[in-house]
Ligand binder design. Structure first.
Ligand code: SIN
Length: 330
């Protein structure tokens, strides 16, 4: 009797396309806001990469230099940062994205520039920025960052549940374009329940989890000094350290959110296997931060290939064959 071999899909039959809102992207991979997206040079470099979509640096109304350096350090299994929202101001990113979209349209190319990140320094600054965007021709996603842990003296809005609800009430009283929120990590299932209940009250396009785990501390033993300068060394932790917290947040929100609100998974992605796990937890798109910073935009090609190979080995033809289908032990 001949041994039955597992049929593996040929490369051509595997479709990596991903969907969010009215868009189809060539794959589910994106940069995480803050990494490789500060200015036109970096954004154009990402555009040349295999990333499926691109998000800008989180913008404030005015441009900012951010916190004093050193403000980023590579750690054994990830990174610590306290950048403090250095950015070129919202007008810069709106103009850049609109121009890039026109350029892509002229070339009859699907644009990757579909996400502008916004992080006002106060609720009223967020409202001002969204009012400005509402008045522009930009029609695509805004990612409202409710989770930057690094602005000195400013709390992470996503940990203040009633303030988050108040802000979203104000936003949706006038804002009509697709809006997502980027949240900090939660560590308590009751907090997942409470935050999801609030988010489900609004017509959000997506929820992006997680931002860095805020206010970690990394120390250089030899010099007995914190490795970054701002906030006496306290900063957001990213990379492999945060992957399991990120997966729990993706799964936790995927299970609790109204199915019209999609989930973007961010945190600890270094390989195609990490992307596969985020997708199993229900992510529609997956963002890469620390490893993009370490490896540069070529990382997208490697990770796309690794994801493709995992799908081939498991006989999956499309992402929707396994997305959101994480099994529990019986
Ligand atoms: C920063 O600019 O400090 C990082 C942004 C963020 O974590 O949201």
């Amino acid at each position: 009797m001949t041994k039955e071999t597992t049929p593996h899909h040929s490369s051509e039959s595997i479709d990596l396309t991903a969907h969010l809102g009215r868009f189809t992207f060539s794959n589910c991979l994106m940069n995480a806001s803050g990494v490789y997206c500060f200015d036109a040079d970096e954004l154009n470099e990402l555009n040349q990469s295999k990333a499926g979509a691109i998000v800008t640096k989180s913008a404030t109304v005015e441009k900012r230099t951010g916190n004093p350096e050193p403000r980023y350090a590579t750690l054994t299994h990830g990174s610590i940062n306290s950048m403090g929202l250095p950015n070129l101001g919202i007008d810069y990113y709106i103009d850049f994205v609109l121009m890039a979209q026109l350029d892509d349209q002229a070339k009859e190319k699907d644009s990757k520039f579909r996400f502008i990140s916004v992080s006002g320094l106060s609720p009223s600054e967020n409202i001002d920025i969204l009012q400005k965007i509402q008045g522009t021709p930009y029609q695509d996603f805004v990612e409202l960052n409710l989770s930057c842990p690094n602005v000195i003296g400013e709390p992470q809005m996503g940990y203040n549940f009633s303030a988050t609800r108040r802000l979203l009430e104000q936003v949706f009283s006038f804002y009509t374009k697709p809006l997502g929120v980027k949240l900090p990590p939660y560590f308590d299932l009751v907090h997942f329940d409470q935050m999801a209940t609030i988010l489900n009250e609004f017509p959000l396009a997506y929820v992006n989890v997680i931002n860095s785990i805020g206010n970690g501390l990394a120390i250089d033993t030899e010099t007995e000094t914190a490795v970054i300068k701002p906030k006496n060394g306290f900063g957001g932790i990213g990379g492999d350290y945060v992957k399991h917290t990120a997966l729990a947040n993706v799964k936790g929100f995927y299970d609790r959110l109204d199915p019209t609100i999609k989930v973007i998974g961010t945190g600890g992605v270094e390989s195609g296997e990490d992307v596969f796990q985020h997708l199993l937890c229900g992510a529609s798109m997956v963002q890469i931060g620390t490893s993009l910073h370490e490896e540069g935009p070529e990382i997208f090609e490697r990770i796309e290939r690794e994801l493709h190979d995992i799908m081939a080995s498991k006989n999956y033809k499309t992402i929707d064959d396994f997305r959101g289908k994480l099994k529990s032990l019986m």
